[in-house]
Ligand binder design. Sequence first.
Ligand code: RIB
Ligand code: CA
Length: 306
Amino acid sequence: MPIVLDCDPGHDDAIALLLALASPEVELLGVTTTYGNQTLEKTTANALRVLELAGRTDVPVAAGADRPLVRELAVAAHVHGDSGLDGPVLPAPTTRPIEDDAVTFTAGVVAEAAIPVTLVPVGPLTNVARVIERTGGEGIEGIVLMGGAIAEGNVTPAAEFNAWADPEAAQAVFASGLPVTMIGLDVTHRAVTTPEIQGRLRSTGAIGTFVADLVDFFTVYHRETYGWDGAPIHDAVAVASLIDPSLVTTTRCNVEVELESELCRGRTVVDRWRRTDRPPNAHVGVDLDTARFFSLLTERIARLDA
Ligand code: RIB
Ligand code: CA
């Protein structure tokens, strides 16, 4: 399955990228970057660093949006640190992004691909909204996004960060008419690591140890906020759902994004029980097979050190 990963590395983005690289079920045609967990400059450098760590500088990186469509820029440095990938030290990248911006690159990829391409956004949806506008959806198989929540949010009580950061972009994606799968917090908060899982990762080798070290830092915020002894690997769940769709249970329903209210800005209003006549427009994740997810993650990360 050909994919483009749109990301804002970001600890869980980095792990999602490594999972994609290790999995033959997905053909990673390219990585595009966006502001989000940190500024565009930092998320782009982090994407380059992780590809270099994995020995995959052949994968093109195209930088995208440095701010939302209309909202003010806000980054999640309180979660991911000043570099956006605090914790284990990675050298500065020796490679650079390609000349084309993310939207031009992705539009070109979907136009030239032999089979339709799945877009996998795991950050704010600004780039993907612009790709849909540029292409009209032609050549896009679907969109499997990490974002949103049926229940509580994480950046506000009402909203999940990726949807909140650029709610207009999120609404455009859900209203696009393309097949959309929403991997939200209801699912990703079931993908919280444990010290035992970190131990399994460390035992796989250098890259597994890097992943476990990322989790150490990512856990700091989650321990302070939720009292957890681990961190939710949000973005890797989106990639894992492509590798093994049976890992995530979804239900088809309508999703709309709140744009007017400041209190509920960016809330994904998921009509899970068909209380309205709004037509279903997304497959929304409602459950995760946590044990099999982490078995897949550790087994695939081990392949990167083989
Ligand atoms: O709310 C979690 C999402 O926001 C994840 O994609 C994380 O990387 C941040 O981008
Ligand atoms: Ca992300």
